[in-house]
Structure formats: C-alpha cells, structure tokens
Design a protein around this ligand. Structure first.
Ligand code: ADP
Ligand code: MG
Length: 609
C-alpha cells in the first residue's frame, strides 16, 4: 500500500483557516478597520457594495507599508505587532495574530495599494487565491487602501451561508460603530452602495456618541470617570430618562476592544438600581483600561467574550464608578458609598501597582484580600448578583415546569382540554391569576402566559394568510431608531404588515407608523415597536428559530397583558375561552405553563375528606 498522507497546498490550508477569522463580510470589515487603526491612521473610510458581498474597501492615511512588507503582510502568521510570546501580555494594538490578511486573500480577490511617507511611489498588488497576480508601482497619497471583492468567490458553500443583505449590512454597521466608538479622535465614514451612511468628524467621545447614537443623547450624558492603580474606567452613561425599551445602546470596551459581558452589564444595571422603569435599558459607553496582563487577550479573534484575572473586582469597580457618576450629577437621591470605600481601602487598590504586585495579582491574590476583608461576601450578598444570570435567560425556562412536577399536589396538564367557562365562575387574584372553577376542581390560570399563547396562535394565522386588521392612526407616528435597529426593522417589515402594523421606512433610520393592530392602545405604538425589537434581539442568537418565528414570539410576549393588570369578568371569560380554543393551550410558545389544574378529589384528600 502506498503512503496516503499529503500536505495541503498553501491556498487550500489558507482557505480552511480563513473560515475561523472571516466568517462573514462584517468580520473582514472589523479586521481591515483595526489594521488601519493600528497603522496610526487619523482618517479611515469604509466603502461597501452589496452588503460587503461584492466589495469591502478600507482606505486609511496611516503609516503604509514598504514593498516587501506589503507582500509579506499576506503570509499566514505574518505580523509586525509581536515578536515573542511575552509580547502577548503587553499587547497595545488591535491585531497581533497576523492571520487577517492571509485569510482575506484566501477567500476574496484583493487589491492593495500602500505608500509610506518616506517613499516616492506606492505599490499596488493584486492577489487571487492567495497568489499575487499583479504588482506595480503606483502614484498615491500616503496610507493604505485594501479592497476585497467577491468574498467567498472560491468557496461557494460559504457564500451560500451568507444571510440576506439587510442582515449582513446590520452586522457591518455593528462592527463599524464599535470601532468608530472607541476611537473618536479618528475620522470615520461608511458608504454603502454609493450612499453615505456615516460621516463621523474627529472629536471627543461625547461628540462621537451623539454622532453615532443620535441627538436624543445631547445634554443627556453623564460622565463616568474613576482612576485607580488597578484599572481606569471612563465613558458616559445616559441619564435615566433616556433609557430605552431596547438594549441596543450599550457598549463596553476593555483596552479599547469591544466586549460583550452580561456580568458587567448587570453591574451597570445595578448602579442604576430603581432609577429607571423595570424593563428599560440605560445607554452606556464605558471604557475599562487595565494592565493587559490582567486580561486574557488570547481568546479567539472573532469572540467578544473576555476573561479577567479577577472578574469580581471589575464588577465592583464598574458598579461604583457608575453610581458615583450618577450621584455627582445628583441624579440619585440616596446612595450607599460602602462599596466604594471598601474598594478604595484595599491594599491592592490603594498601593502602587508594582511588578511584584503584578505577579501576585495574577495569582488572584486580590480576590483573597477581598475575601479576607469580608468584602467578597458583601458583594455576593447583594442578592441581585447571585441572580444576575436570570436577568439574561429568556423567559420560558423549563425549570418552572420541573418544579411543578416535583410537587405531587399539582397536576400539570399535558394534553389540551376543551373547556367552556362562564364569567361567574371566574375570580381574579393578585391581578395576575384567574381561578376558574369547573366540575372536577379548579384551574389556576396565569393571565399573562395565557394571553401570550393566544396572541402567538393568532399571529401564526395572520402570517399564514389571515392578516390582522389595521386601525389607521389619526396622527402618524414617526420612529427614529439607531442604525442597527433600523436595519433590523426593515427586515421584519413584510411580516409586520401582515400583523397589522402599517409601517414604512422614511430614510435616515426613521419610520412612519400609519396604523397598528386594533388592540394596541393609542399612544403606545412607539414603545410597542421598541419593545418588540428588544424582545426580538433576545431571541436573535437562537439559531433554531426562523426570523418570522422570532418575530411572532417577540410580539406575543410583548403584547400580552401583564401581571398586575386588573381584568373585568367579561375579559377573563374571553381570555379563558380563547385559551382553550388554542391548538395547544397548556403552555406558552416558550414552554411556560399557562395554567395548573387542581382536582377536587386531591383537594378532598389533602383535607382528610
Ligand atoms: P495583524 O494585524 O494581526 O498583525 P494582519 O494580517 O491583519 O495581521 O496584518 C498583517 C500586517 O500587515 C500587520 O502586522 C501590519 O504590519 C500590516 N498591515 C496590515 N494592514 C495595514 C494597514 N492598513 N496599514 C499599514 N500596515 C498594515
Ligand atoms: Mg490585523
């Protein structure tokens, strides 16, 4: 038998590896923009066509490359940013793996032009399938332009995986905003299909926030600034009155890298405490800078999670910094400064950060100090902290059901029962539950869950061809959204129309709402749309649902009558009868129970009868 193992040719190995780094147009946008930032550019222009599928071009006025470097740049693991393993723990640049350009060259047709200030002419290079097809000198300004055309032209399977243009465009806008937000001293522009989407003049962080997130934040930003030897926090939070029904405007950057952290988000939410309505989200743009050695940066390039050496202390800092800021602007009347004082007094914080301390910190001694002084206990005792995860879990966890099943006195129906109820048999308790007596005992119905099920089935029928009647508004409402939300809403428009929303795009991320389903109360239209988008985003990582399914579930959840709403006898009757007319009546679409059944003979047994 002959030997069978071969080395893959470079271009194929590169194509395979590229899948890790370049998953969609937005990942290339991120890499190219970060390279321009790393090159010291003060002006960065992003041009895309066809949501990045046809063209992604980044033009910068940074330091450019020599002819040799320009060719080297496309080799795998070619980087000017680290030289040895220790450098990894001192990273100050956005990139360092030397994989991005090699990956891009493996899956797109690339045209690079670059010129350094000290060179008379620039160099133009064309690459296809990782192979240089043309190279010539070129007259140009200092800086670099990289254009990548026809992403995945040679990997059709990947190309087919790309989502619709609005979806891919939204991802691009998200990445663009993240980079633009963290470098307000750099000019950025974004042009899509010849249309200018963003034109961001250099300025302060405050100006950048207003440029990107909208003028509604003008004069509504509270500055957050806290410096310690362990870390610095700076940025802005929106005053409580600017809090939105959607989670969109929330940004954390650690050492200038955008990160997602439900944990730190909770710290901010906690600091706002009860200054805001319960289901609203404050705006924040917060930068956390700390010694790179305290952060595990060596995570996957496309991941946005981050590992802190000591997560708890970062949480405590974020929370107290935001509290401080809100207090200084006398937005919050009563405050406890315990937490701040206790942090400030820690040795690790109050004393300079020496080399020695650095190594002990990495052994997480900071956390031990914390525990010794009972401070960890203090934080953990904050009951909200223990439950911070719940905050993020979408409703509809099966755990409710399990709990109920463990309780032998309660029987959960697994099959729908056809039942008719008369208004007189119904009693509302706690403005949340309906007790419905029947011959066998009684049902305890959760009004919100029940209504969610009813709405969901009604919406299902609507999109299947029985549209919901629209009630034309007397005064059309205009709705301004953040760019990313606007892109999202455009995607959902056709289905929204079936569901009774007369909604039209108006340009510039605005929409006009001419009518809503008859049962959405007047004056709440705008918040209904915002809440729906928020709910939709909750689902949007859930790959098992189609976008229509996510929309239906979001709307049902959001429009359901909430616990705390008193109901008339007649309303309860309609609710119950509608519930039992559903094809599945015992759970919400997310699997939460809508009612429990209590059998009379079980009750008798319990009372020894
Ligand atoms: P990394 O950014 O991780 O170093 P890349 O593949 O993104 O890897 O880039 C490889 C190298 O090419 C960089 O280290 C840098 O030296 C050079 N380079 C890339 N883009 C630019 C640019 N816009 N201007 C100047 N040099 C660049
Ligand atoms: Mg890079």
């Amino acid at each position: 038998m002959p030997d069978i193992i071969q080395l893959l040719p470079d271009n194929i190995a590169n194509q395979i590896a590229a899948g890790e780094v370049i998953q969609r147009p937005a990942s290339a946008v991120k890499e190219l923009m970060e390279n321009a930032v790393d090159a010291g550019a003060t002006e960065i222009k992003l041009i895309i066509n066809d949501a990045g599928k046809a063209l992604i071009q980044v033009i910068d006025n940074g330091k450019g490359m020599s002819e040799t470097d320009a060719r080297m740049a496309f080799e795998r693991h070619a980087t000017s940013k680290i030289k040895n393993i220790d450098d990894l723990f001192r990273i100050k640049t956005m990139g360092f793996r030397g994989e991005a350009l090699a990956s891009i060259a493996a899956v797109a047709q690339v045209a690079l032009k670059t010129k350094r200030a000290e060179d008379d002419a620039g160099i133009a290079i064309e690459i296809e399938n990782s192979i240089v097809t043309n190279q010539e000198p070129v007259a140009m300004q200092d800086g670099t332009s990289i254009a990548m055309k026809n992403l995945f032209f040679n990997v059709p399977a990947r190309r087919n995986f790309l989502k619709s243009n609005p979806v891919e465009l939204r991802h691009i806008v998200d990445e663009f905003i993240r980079v633009a937000m963290s470098f307000p001293e750099i000019f950025f522009s974004l042009t899509s299909n010849g249309q200018q989407v963003f034109y961001l003049e250099k300025g302060s962080l405050k100006q950048r926030i207003v440029q990107v997130l909208g003028h509604s934040y003008n004069a509504k930003l509270v500055s957050v600034q806290e410096q310690t030897d362990y870390l610095n926090i700076f940025g802005f939070v929106g005053k409580p009155e600017t809090a939105k029904k959607t989670r969109g405007d929330q940004y954390f950057f650690v050492n200038n890298r955008f990160i997602k952290s439900a944990y730190l988000n909770h710290a901010v939410m906690n600091a706002f405490d009860d200054m805001m309505a319960k289901d609203s989200y404050p705006m924040y743009v917060l930068f956390i800078d700390l010694d790179p050695a305290q952060v595990d940066i060596n995570v996957h390039p496309t991941k946005q999670e981050i590992k802190f050496e000591d997560e708890k202390i970062v949480y405590a800092f974020v929370q107290s910094a935001v509290k401080h800021a809100l207090a200084q602007f006398s937005i919050t009347p009563t405050l406890d400064f315990d937490l701040d004082a206790s942090i400030q007094n820690l040795d690790a914080v109050s004393k300079p950060f020496t080399e020695e301390k650095q190594s002990s910190a990495s052994a997480s001694s900071l956390f031990k100090t914390f525990t010794q002084k009972n401070q960890a206990h203090f934080i953990e005792n904050k009951s909200e902290l223990k439950h911070w995860k719940d905050f993020y879990e979408s409703p509809g966890q099966d755990k409710n059901i399990n709990q109920q099943i463990e309780n032998p006195n309660i029987e959960l129906h697994t099959k729908p029962v056809q039942q008719q109820f008369a208004a007189d048999d119904l009693l509302q308790i706690h403005n949340a539950y309906i007790v419905a007596a029947n011959d066998n005992g009684y049902l305890l119905v959760n009004q919100q869950n029940a209504h969610e099920r009813i709405l969901y089935e009604r919406f299902l029928q609507a999109v299947a061809g029985r549209p919901i009647a629209t009630q034309q508004s007397l005064f059309p409402v205009s709705i301004d959204l953040a760019p990313a939300d606007a892109v999202l809403l455009i995607e959902l428009l056709p289905d929204m129309q079936q569901l009774g929303y007369m909604l039209e795009p108006f340009g510039n991320n605005s929409f006009v709402l001419q009518g809503t389903p008859a049962d959405v109360p007047d004056g709440n239209e705008k918040s209904a749309i915002e809440k729906m988008l928020e709910q939709y985003k909750h689902f949007s990582n859930d790959l098992k649902f189609t976008k229509r399914e996510k929309l239906l579930r979001s709307l049902a959840l959001q429009q359901s009558i909430k616990s705390g709403t008193p109901l008339l006898q007649k309303e309860m009757e309609v609710l119950l009868n509608d519930l039992f007319a559903c094809s599945i009546s015992n759970t919400t679409p997310n699997g939460k129970p809508t009612y429990m059944s209590f059998k009379k003979d079980e009750l008798d047994k319990m009372f020894g009868r």
